[in-house]
Design a protein around this ligand. Structure first.
Ligand code: PLP
Length: 376
């Protein structure tokens, strides 16, 4: 018999999460998650799921019937979009201006699709003019995929223009909104987005581990007319829809993460209570406060002001400063987490998140004070 390990309960400190995610979770959301677990087919839970769908539709600004939360993190949302839509041999124009565009390419290739990669410099947005040229060169392309808010650099791309281009060139659009949802303007129906995914742990300030997704009627039509079955059983939306489909009939597909869904319900309820436009404005306002303070400290931004995400502030690490030592001092001395640089920006930049509940004056002040003291 193997001896039972003697382990104390895990009691994490209350950190201030100002990295690229997870963000600070709303206290109300943590409370919601600790409410009693009910069965995932309990009529009360099913009624909550109907509300959750309406809240997701509001957050995405869509009437899409297929709007739900995948029971897994943002990467699973990404995979949901690609595995359900892309069939072997289909061409996908993939815009790559950071880490997550590259992941899209890998998804396309794992689906047997042909990725036409369009590269942009790190820190720059996707340039619609360049994309238009590529779409003209590839009239047989079926999809245009891009990241709305590139978390690895803090660059915002023009999703409205890019989705209009996709339509003009007879492509479905696949949009990564993991960091954008709830933090910057995003209008799924008005902009004609066909497949979109997000994450619970960024500007929604929910616990990590859920991925809101939404498919337009055009995307659903494509899914239903596939010639090959979706290679992932778990992510196959034709099966998942039986559970999330609405009209009161929910068939077992997998055991829903009941308490995590209470949390998402609460965070989306808080977003609806604040109002989407107010939330977007708050992120912008907090970004302006942070920006003023960072500039006083002599920290320069990676991304041009015109394309800068308010919720993800990438700043260059000053010459001679030890990246890891600063982040460690912030964590140990101030319980403050900021993000390291990723990919091309590793060791060169910090990523300071102002996401959801974290986008408030108190956090901005703490972060600026802590940075000032540590950089002295
Ligand atoms: N896409 C973007 C833009 C992201 O920022 C992230 C995570 O940071 C992901 C996808 C993957 O999400 P997750 O880490 O929840 O799987």
């Amino acid at each position: 018999m193997q001896a039972a390990p003697k382990i104390a309960p895990f009691m994490p400190p209350r950190r201030i999460l100002m990295g690229p995610g997870p963000s600070d979770v709303y206290p109300e959301v943590l409370l919601a998650q600790s409410r009693p677990t009910v069965g995932h087919l309990d009529p009360l839970f099913v009624a909550m799921m109907d509300e959750l769908k309406a809240l997701l539709q509001y957050a995405f600004q869509t009437q899409n019937e297929v709007t739900l939360a995948v029971s897994a993190p943002g990467s699973a949302g990404m995979e949901t979009c690609f595995v359900n839509l892309v069939e072997p041999g289909e061409k996908v124009v993939v815009c790559r201006n950071g880490v997550f565009g590259e992941r899209m390419r890998q998804n396309v290739e794992r689906c047997g699709g042909v990725a036409v990669v369009v590269d942009f410099p790190w820190g720059a947005p996707v340039d619609p003019q360049v994309v238009e040229g590529v779409l003209k060169q590839h009239p047989d392309a079926s999809y245009l995929a891009f990241v709305h808010a590139e978390t690895s650099t803090g660059a915002l791309s023009d999703a409205k223009t890019l989705c209009a281009l996709a339509r003009e060139h007879n492509c479905l659009s696949i949009v990564d909104a993991v960091t954008s949802l709830g933090g910057v303007e995003l209008r799924v129906d008005e902009w004609g987005i066909d497949a979109i995914y997000s994450g619970s742990q960024k500007c929604l300030s929910c616990v990590p581990g859920l991925s809101p997704v939404s498919f337009s009627p055009r995307a659903v039509e494509k899914l239903k007319s596939r010639k090959t079955p979706v290679q992932s059983w778990f992510l196959d939306q034709t099966l998942v829809m039986g559970y999330w489909g609405g009209s009161g009939k929910r068939a077992y597909h997998h055991t829903a993460p009941v308490n995590a869904l209470y949390a998402l319900h609460e965070s989306l309820r808080l977003l609806a209570e604040e109002g989407l436009e107010n939330a977007w404005a708050r992120h912008q306002h907090m970004h302006q406060l942070l920006k003023a303070g960072l500039e006083k400290l002599g920290l320069g931004f990676v991304v041009d002001e015109a394309y800068r995400l308010p919720q993800l502030n990438a700043v260059y690490i000053p010459e001679g400063v030890d990246d890891a030592a600063v982040r460690s001092q912030l964590l140990k001395g101030y319980n403050l987490e900021i993000g390291a640089g990723l990919g091309d920006l590793a060791g060169k930049a910090w990523r300071i998140g102002l996401m959801g509940y974290g986008a408030r004056a108190e956090n901005v002040a703490i972060c600026l004070k802590a940075l000032e003291e540590v950089l002295q």
